[in-house]
Design a binder for this molecule. Structure first.
Ligand code: PLP
Length: 366
């Protein structure tokens, strides 16, 4: 398998070489502060005796797994602490394929591009179920696409890149479809703390041996560089997930787990409320300016992305490069997320300069 530089690295690299000021709205890397308890936990850790600098248990610090399990209402044994949601998704997909109940992974279009990448890496085949214009997924379409070949259905709500938040009925129907076809629903909930709609439903609400929930502190605590996530497995999959995690990684970073645990325990809901309020403001500012510029755009119900489409300016890589050079705004080409959004550009609201960005875009398209 060849290493193919992900499109977003290429865009970031291009933007960094630009001969002008560029507003970076490329990747989902929060620019807001982590909870103060993350910093406290990290500095405290530096004073620990040296045995705290050695391997933690492979499946994660017990206290962190226990804290996650308590909060999520699951058994500690079923929680595996991973290197971000990225590894949690990888483990979930690998375990679903290992069951030998087919090698097809059902994905959505548009899609978070690492899911099809992981599918190929794991020797699976992918099929895509289109979502509607707002990014909602029709369970009937998923049912129609599912078959005995389906090993897993991978969904993400709140969604990157569409901003859709699936209603409870969708989530419960998806779990039911996974059960019907003896497949695994993998629900990536990494943006759960950025539900702006109040509609978010975790797949954990559906008690089932056919679903895996993946998550991380990367986005919720603005610590994408820490690499602490987790997956919650049904009893039958937990053992194989733990052994794969151990063989691939040994474990996840101990100081990072400690700091995340400290923040889980010490952070008030106001921290998350504040981040949501900031995002709401940015969504409004950015979409108002896009409206004034005559662009089509999505208004996210959750996550932190807005997709925009400009008349006669498809969101190809080439056009995104041109926006960097000529407008001074960097986004992600829609083609990165599948065919259905190839005309669109995705902008991550991870900069205080969203208004300036939208004004630059308006001036460019005038
Ligand atoms: C939908 C989705 N899942 C997973 C990830 C990766 O999360 P982590 O940094 O915790 O590995 C991202 C990051 O952008 C994402 O958008």
């Amino acid at each position: 398998m060849e290493y193919e530089t992900p499109l977003f690295f290429r865009v970031i690299e291009y933007a960094s070489r630009a001969d002008r000021d560029v507003i970076d709205m490329v990747s989902g890397k929060p620019d807001w502060e982590p909870p103060s308890a993350v910093r406290d936990g990290l500095s405290e850790y530096a004073t620990h005796p040296s045995d705290a600098f050695q391997y933690p248990p492979s499946e994660g610090l017990f206290e962190l797994r226990e804290e996650i399990a308590r909060r999520r209402g699951v058994d500690t044994e079923h929680v595996v602490v991973t290197n971000g949601a990225a590894e949690a998704n990888y483990l979930a997909m690998a375990c679903a394929l290992e069951r030998d109940r087919g090698d097809e992974i059902l994905l959505t279009d548009p899609v978070y591009p690492y899911y099809p990448g992981k599918t190929t890496m794991l020797g699976g085949t992918q099929s895509f179920v289109p979502t509607d214009a707002t990014g909602q997924l029709d369970p009937a379409a998923v049912r129609a696409a599912a078959s005995d070949e389906t090993a897993a259905i991978v969904v993400n709500s709140p969604n990157n890149p569409t901003g859709a938040v699936y209603p409870a009925e969708t989530i419960h129907s998806l779990v039911a479809i996974a059960e019907e076809y003896d497949a695994i629903l993998i629900s990536d909930e990494v943006y759960d703390r950025y539900d702006l709609s109040g509609e978010f439903e975790s797949a954990l609400a559906a008690k089932s041996n056919h679903r895996v929930v993946t998550n991380a502190f990367s986005k919720s605590m603005a610590i994408t560089g820490f690499r602490v996530g987790y997956a919650i497995f049904p009893p039958k999959l937990a053992a194989s997930a733990k052994s794969r995690h151990m063989l691939v990684n040994v474990t996840a970073s101990r100081p990072a787990q400690y700091a995340a645990l400290n923040a889980l325990r010490e952070t008030d809901p106001e921290y998350y409320d504040g981040n949501r309020a900031l995002l709401r403001e940015r969504v409004e500012t950015f979409t108002d300016a896009l409206e004034a510029a005559g662009a089509s755009y999505t208004t996210p119900m959750g996550s932190f992305y807005v997709m925009a489409r400009f008349e006669e300016y498809p969101g190809t890589l080439e056009n995104v490069f041109r926006l960097i050079d000529e407008a001074g705004v960097a986004g992600m080409p829609g083609e990165a997320f599948g065919d259905s959004r190839a005309a669109w550009v995705r902008f991550a609201l991870v900069t205080p300069r969203v208004e300036a960005a939208a004004e630059r875009l308006a001036a460019f398209f005038e």
